[in-house]
Design a protein around this ligand. Sequence first.
Ligand code: UT7
Length: 331
Amino acid sequence: MTKITAAITAVGGYVPEYVLTNKILETMVDTTDEWITTRTGIKERRILKDHDKGTSYLAIQAAENLIQKHDVNPEEIDLVIMATATPDMPVASTGVYVASKIGAVNAFSFDLVAACSSFLYGMSTAARYIESGKYKKVLLLGADKMSSIIDYKDRTTCIIFGDGGGAVLFEPNEEGLGLKDEFLRSDGIGRNHLKIDAGGSLLPASHETVENKQHYVFQDGKTVFKFAVSNMADVCAKVMDRNNLVGDDVQWLVPHQANKRIIDAAANRMGLPEEKVMMNIHKYGNTTSATLPLCLVDYENQLKKGDNLVFAAFGGGFTWGAVYLKWAYNS
Ligand code: UT7
């Protein structure tokens, strides 16, 4: 029997119209375009200004872009996985709402929450459903309205994050294309270095938590940076080693867009020149669960069937990992 692998057969994305530039941030906090550019690689990010729209809006737009571009019938989708760190609500699943809104009426859905690695872990999860043989079309969405959890008076976080959404469709493949290997890790040591203190079961919302700004993201950037640089490069090297890949065999690194310096470190370790590294951090910043699919959207027309792609991410928790995937179509 031929082995079924899970191939990406369609991608879609969405970013809101409003552009928050480094120049505008200079008027909001004590920072400079020069500092942000040299320390992170970010020049601007997109912000969803509408207060009545949440992460589901970004995900719906991304999914509809995929459906339209690739002529997918939403009624044929079996499962919608919603990767996010900013669900619309703490309890009602965002993915379920999104699935109904896009007409995926025969699908079931759930949210997958693993900070900046949500989408990467989602790729692994989507692949298992496809490989089981029971599910033929799995829609993986990655979207975050990061602006809803950022303090725009805190210069250590507000310069980094942006809003956006991305979508990929996984389908069975019998030519050996699609997800080939993965190395996923997590370590609870990271819990205190990148977090939102309040609003969960440990510290429910109260007047005091709001006054103390405990519903915003806190990041000990230096520590996270150190872990991210070494761990993201390590998992990329691991996945390459055990699949006997050298730099020349890999056509693309698809890295989480948290900091250009972290991406450069991973690319160096893999022996990849800049032209093989997907990069859009300069225009979107860190969109958390949307970084990987938004890279695919931006580079879709350069991808060729059979290309070897290594995806990598690092995020809160800590969570991190790498996925090796063979691209399945020409645009
Ligand atoms: O995606 C999830 C995972 N997250 C990450 O991977 C992010 C990892 N961390 C980072 O990318 C970087 O640590 C940051 C971009 C967050 C910060 O860059 P850094 O080079 O690590 O800066 P730092 O925190 O060591 O701060 C250096 C200096 C400090 O001043 P002093 O103490 O040297 O006087 C900061 O107060 O830069 C100051 N600083 C700023 N200056 C201007 C911090 N933020 C800013 C700012 N503008 N926005």
